[in-house]
Design a protein around this ligand. Structure first.
Ligand code: OAD
Length: 240
């Protein structure tokens, strides 16, 4: 109990909070994670679905998978974990929510300063002219979708082997360096460069607090590592 009280105090007193979230925060909304039991990468191979080469080989197949996920997420609701983070943001002068998730559930919960490292499922991008379009219909009326210029559109997400959006990465790094408290929630912390923010936060002097169902490669080095569901832990940690 002492450790929860300490973490609550750090969060309450911090002026600058940065959060890194992963698929685990959306698990309680019914969205499958990537790794672990029931994870998407147990059922599917990332190289078949989440690489530029896969899209070149079979844009329709790749789109069917993304559209299945879009449809699942469209029917889901933000959970208590997303809502707790949105409420915390309102109480802090400096708050940055860095997410690896592409589901948009943080924004739907009311979070404002969201940095999306891996893009967004609700954005489509033309493979030729680069035009971006927000498209919230799920399922999509046409698979694969086409741009006004006639070329194929792709999901506006980051695939394996691709660079992260530069501005988002710079913002994430800067917010990590400046954080008094860094919360890591629902990420296996094995995919880089995002995972590198965790040791960066520690090196730069933040109190680092993890909320995860399982141990991660960083758990032992952090100030606190809580085991449990984000939707239960976050409301406890954030209550003043
Ligand atoms: P993972 O699926 O790798 O990890 C999910 C983490 O959430 C695991 O550590 C689980 O223990 C934890 N977890 C599950 N349910 C939870 C709950 N209710 N509360 C708290 N924790 C829970 O997902 P990410 O770390 O987000 O990238 O994966 C990182 C990237 O790998 C993704 O953005 C995606 C993927 O391949 C791309 O597609 C580029």
């Amino acid at each position: 109990m002492r450790s929860v009280n300490d973490a609550r105090k750090w969060i309450r007193e911090a002026e600058a909070i940065t959060v890194l979230t992963g698929a685990g925060i959306s698990a309680e909304s019914g969205i499958p994670t990537f790794r672990g039991a029931g994870g998407l990468w147990k059922q599917f191979r990332p190289e078949d679905l989440a690489t530029p080469e896969a899209f070149e080989r079979g844009p329709k197949l790749v789109w069917e998978w993304y559209d299945w996920r879009r449809t699942l997420i469209a029917a889901a609701q933000p959970n208590a974990g997303h809502l707790a983070l949105a409420a915390l943001e309102k109480t802090k002068p400096r708050f940055t929510l860095v997410t690896q998730n592409v589901d948009g559930l943080h924004e739907r919960a009311g979070s404002r300063n969201v940095v999306k490292l891996h893009g967004d499922l609700w954005t489509l991008r033309c493979t030729v002219c680069g035009r971006e379009k927000r498209e919230e219909r799920a399922p999509l009326p046409e698979l694969p979708p086409h741009c006004g210029c006639g070329a194929l559109m792709r999901p506006g997400v980051v695939w394996f082997g691709e660079m992260l959006p530069r501005a988002a990465w710079e913002q994430a790094e800067q917010a990590t360096r400046a954080a008094d408290v860094f919360l890591v929630v629902g990420t296996s912390a094995v995919v880089y460069p995002a995972a590198g923010l965790v040791p960066l936060a520690k090196t730069c002097g933040a109190r680092v607090i993890e909320c995860n169902m399982e141990e991660t490669p960083f758990s032992a080095e952090l100030d606190r590592a809580f085991r449990g569901a984000a939707g239960e832990l976050l409301p406890q940690l954030i209550a003043s």
